[in-house]
Write a protein that binds this ligand. Structure first.
Ligand code: ADP
Ligand code: ASP
Ligand code: MG
Length: 419
């Protein structure tokens, strides 16, 4: 029997009517002759509420208990979806992660898949079940504790199931009808793409375009999963939405194909750090151990007058997600107290955002950075930190200019028109 994976995000299962709408889409595929694995998210807003409860209860929480709490949102939807399908005479049952069992690492709140054994679900399909509804975003660690995959992780559950079960396609149903040149909420000029290359989507996702979780794109690329993003709010057919595929399948070739942003960034600067070999390791090792995801790094060498001598010092600036600032601060203060590093001051800027342009065409075109910086300067936007790779350029700017920056870059690279 051919098999499809259909994933429904939070807004697509936001209430009982939306669940019914999603279930109707599933039923249609069953009628077309497919077995279906449905991956569900928590109802819209639910995970944020659960995270809020955890943070209120324990600011530097035990990640194992965080996972126990936040995984519960998906459990509710999985059961409700299975019940809804049963009411429509579609043989269906639900699975929580541990029942499959979806085996993951024990990196709580950012666990990775280790194995998805097919046996339990295959057996039920063999017995006549048509739809397996699986709670997204979760799994179980080798220690038998509930794990979650990081925000947006149900996308990754969907792709991993599509790979494990050899699905014909993995359809990600969401609240937009595809992947756009930038977030359509930021500019009405955003243009829907027919197709996008895995590598570009990977960059866009990792730079903040939350339409797909980064790890889901990585897995799809590695296991050659046909991955599609489409709307649960519209009727769809085989050509709806945006296909994420190999570069070779794409005709359109622009130098820049998309603009991404990440609102929740923070910039931290260690002022007057002693400049010596090993200092970067002494700073970034404790940050890594504390689970801080450092992104951009800049180092400025300067001189400081110390007891009449001029000594070389450095200001070390790094960016990280805003919700990791407290952990980062503690890691730095602990390292200072332990005598591992020395700095005068730790300056935090929690009013920044990251804006990035992405495109595989950048590999063979010069001048993209200049054009980007020029477009920002015309708008009077100051760049605080820059980082580049082969197919992207990112800048850190004041958060209040984020929308303006995205719009200006979208215009500058003429993304509203096809190549
Ligand atoms: P779901 O709850 O279905 O997983 P998400 O909110 O995680 O949905 O992702 C969908 C959202 O991603 C859209 O509503 C849109 O605002 C945002 N988004 C960001 N960048 C893009 C982009 N380039 N194309 C489409 N949507 C994008
Ligand atoms: N419910 C989880 C979240 O909001 C996972 C997901 O929706 O993909 O992050
Ligand atoms: Mg999502």
């Amino acid at each position: 029997m051919p098999l499809l994976v259909m994933k429904f995000g939070g807004t697509s299962v936001a209430d009982l009517d939306r669940i019914k709408n999603a279930a109707e889409k599933v039923k249609r595929e069953v009628e077309r002759g497919y077995d279906v694995i449905v991956i569900v998210s928590a109802m819209s807003g639910k995970t944020n509420e659960l995270v809020g409860w955890v943070e209120q209860t324990s600011p530097l929480y035990d990640a194992r208990e965080y996972d126990a709490v936040v995984a519960s949102g998906e459990n509710v939807t999985a059961g409700l979806m299975a019940l809804t399908l049963q009411e429509m005479d579609v043989p269906a049952r639900s699975w929580q992660g541990w029942q499959v069992p979806i085996q993951t690492t024990s990196a709580h709140a950012s666990a990775r898949f280790v194995d998805i054994p097919r046996g339990n679900i295959d057996q039920k399909f063999a017995e006549g079940m048509k739809v397996a509804v699986v709670a997204g975003f979760q799994g179980v660690s080798p220690e038998g504790r509930i794990t979650t995959l990081g925000r947006g992780g149900s996308d990754t559950t969907a792709v991993a199931f599509a790979a494990a079960f050899g699905a014909e396609r993995c359809d990600i149903y969401t609240d937009v009808d595809g992947i756009y040149t930038t977030d359509p909420r930021i500019t009405a000029k955003a243009r829907k793409l027919e197709k996008i290359a895995f590598e570009e989507m990977l960059e866009l996702a990792s730079l903040g375009a939350k339409v797909l979780q980064t790890r889901s794109v990585e897995l799809a690329m590695r296991y050659k999963v046909r991955l599609r993003v489409l709307s649960s709010f519209e009727d769809s057919d085989a050509n709806s939405g945006t296909l994420v595929c190999d570069e070779e399948e794409i005709m359109e070739s622009k130098v820049v194909s998309g603009v991404a942003y990440s609102r929740d960034e923070a910039k931290m600067t260690l002022v007057s750090v002693e400049d010596r070999p090993g200092i970067a390791a002494a700073i970034f090792s404790p940050l890594a151990e504390a689970g801080v995801n450092v992104d951009m790094i800049v180092q400025n060498i300067s001189e400081k007058n110390y007891e009449g001598h001029s000594v070389a010092v450095t200001d070390m600036t790094f960016s990280c997600p805003i919700n990791q600032v407290a952990r980062a601060r503690k890691a730095m203060e602990d390292a200072k107290a332990a005598g591992e590093i020395n700095f005068d001051e730790l300056v935090e800027d929690t009013e920044v955002a990251k804006v990035s342009v992405v495109g595989i065409g950048m590999r063979s075109h010069a001048g993209v950075a200049a054009k980007m910086f020029d477009a920002l300067s015309v708008e009077g936007i100051n760049i605080k930190v820059i980082s580049t790779s082969e197919i992207k350029i990112s800048v850190l700017i004041d958060r209040k200019y984020m929308e303006l920056a995205v719009q200006a870059l979208h215009d500058a690279f003429e993304l509203d028109t096809a190549a």
